[in-house]
Design a protein around this ligand. Structure first.
Ligand code: URA
Length: 238
């Protein structure tokens, strides 16, 4: 990677400032002053500014667990509404984060934000079978017909047949259901229950690929995934 880019990402300086600092001889790479902004450096190189080492190591990608509140849209930018990226972008000014999988505007729960395009693709590709779990409240009790239909693969009103999914009772309320999907079709859960004339009142994503939404997060809050959680996600990709 170019030194000016690497320095900007590691230090948080704007790229123009990082270039100036380099040409003035303020930057050391692995103990030696480097004055060329376009010098190639390894992503493991140690940096010092004015002789003071920069702490931490370079993070190739960022993985954020966001508790999406209702009313926020799952997009990077939107003319009218607050987006999931707006909620975290201020903390990652030099990263192009995007949501790896969408939730409807009214839905809540776990949205994974990342700049790792390859991982996002793998999580979303139906062939990789990454499980997502949702807690759903219906306007009618869950029936055996729905459970069997979900397990066999629901055929939507437009004729599209979906992959097998699970709909299980969640607790004592017969209208509260835990749904497990390995696919991500637009409005999928609402359309699946729609086949049985059941309406969805609330929809909350609890987990992605075996990584659960942190119970300590309130709506609108986020934290970075731990290394172990990133590993778990990567291992769930078949
Ligand atoms: N299915 C839906 O219908 N909505 C969501 O937000 C997620 C899955």
């Amino acid at each position: 990677m170019r030194l000016d880019k690497y320095l900007a990402e590691r230090s948080g300086m704007p790229r123009s400032e990082s270039r100036k600092a380099i040409t003035k001889g303020r930057i050391m790479v692995d103990g030696a002053v480097v004055r060329k902004a376009d010098a190639a450096v390894a992503e493991t190189a140690a940096l010092a500014v004015d002789g003071v080492p920069l702490a931490g190591s370079y993070q190739k990608n960022v993985y954020v667990m966001l508790y999406k509140p209702a009313g926020v849209v799952s997009a990077s930018r939107d003319k009218k509404d607050t987006t999931v990226v707006d909620l975290v972008a201020g903390s990652f000014p030099r990263r192009e984060l995007f949501p790896a999988g969408r939730l409807d505007k009214t839905s809540t729960g776990f949205v994974l934000l990342t700049d790792d395009g390859a991982l996002a693709h793998d999580i979303l590709a139906p062939a990789h079978h990454v499980e997502k779990q949702y807690l759903v409240t219906l306007d009618t009790p869950l029936t055996e017909e729905m459970r069997r239909g979900f397990a066999a693969g629901v055929t939507l009103a437009d004729g599209q047949t979906l992959a097998p999914a699970a709909a299980d009772p969640a607790g004592d309320d017969p209208c509260t259901v835990r749904v497990t999907l390995r696919q991500g079709v637009y409005h999928q859960i609402k359309r699946m229950f729609g086949v049985y004339n059941a309406g969805v009142n609330t929809l909350h994503r609890e987990s992605i690929g075996g990584v659960a939404l942190d119970a300590a997060l309130a709506p609108g809050e986020w934290r970075e995934l731990t290394d172990a959680e990133v590993e778990r996600l990567k291992n769930r990709i078949e």
